[in-house]
Design a binder for this molecule. Sequence first.
Ligand SMILES: [Zn+2]
Length: 62
Amino acid sequence: MDKFPQCLKCSKGVLIPLSDYGRDGSEIRFKAWVCSNPECGHNIRIDNGEVSIGKVIKQSEK
Ligand SMILES: [Zn+2]
């Protein structure tokens, strides 16, 4: 995969796939997609087959 899909919200960033690991240690590929533009923050999550769009991802404040 050499090209990521462009973010439809800001049209500046690209959507980067994030992987996670399940309870049994199996890899969950592309569990979430996050916009690379920090000012946008658009994201898509997939939880147990349900897709949720645009939920705020918590950022650690420094
Ligand atoms: Zn975006």
